[in-house]
Design a protein around this ligand. Structure first.
Ligand code: RTP
Ligand code: MG
Length: 139
């Protein structure tokens, strides 16, 4: 059975541009309930661990630099079929390929600086959420 929670980050580019409110509005209008949320900043070690699956990719250094350059909003979201439905709401990694009505279509500027993260599996959603939040911070 699909889990009903996913994990998201509003990335540094979107925070810098003042899009926290607009993105949270699209998330709640999309039917997701906020279970946990905070403004925080990834350390280099955090970002390397978070994106370890991409460690061998040519863009890894750029990705770590980008994700650590300023604050992010980390949040756990709840909805039926959360992981898949949230990936649909954020749209394709490359905003040039993102569908109309998606968060990346509206707020992302490039394949690298693409405004939001969404977990890609139930297992990763649980790992990523637990990385940022203690049980008493989830509601
Ligand atoms: P995310 O993990 O952040 O939700 O993004 P995603 O699943 O849509 O994409 P993924 O393949 O997991 O890539 C992770 C992040 O790495 C950056 N990226 N840059 N320059 C490039 O070609 C490139 N490709 C990926 C993006 O920030 C992407 O979201
Ligand atoms: Mg990914």
């Amino acid at each position: 059975m699909a889990s009903n929670r996913t994990f998201t980050m509003i990335k540094p580019d979107a925070v810098e541009k003042g899009h926290i409110g607009g993105i949270l509005n699209m998330i709640t209008e999309g039917g997701f309930r906020i279970v946990a949320m905070k403004l925080t900043q990834l350390t280099v070690a955090d970002a390397q661990k978070f994106y370890a699956v991409h460690a061998e990719r040519p863009f890894f250094g750029e990705l770590v630099e980008f994700m650590t350059r300023g604050p992010i909003v980390a949040a756990i979201l709840e909805k039926d079929n959360a992981v898949e439905d949230f990936r649909a709401l954020i749209g394709a990694t490359n905003p040039a390929e993102a569908a109309e009505g998606t968060i990346r279509k509206k707020y992302a500027t490039s394949i690298g600086e693409n405004a939001v993260h969404g977990s890609d599996s139930d297992e990763n959603a649980a790992i990523e959420g637990a990385f940022h939040f203690a049980g008493r911070e989830m509601f």
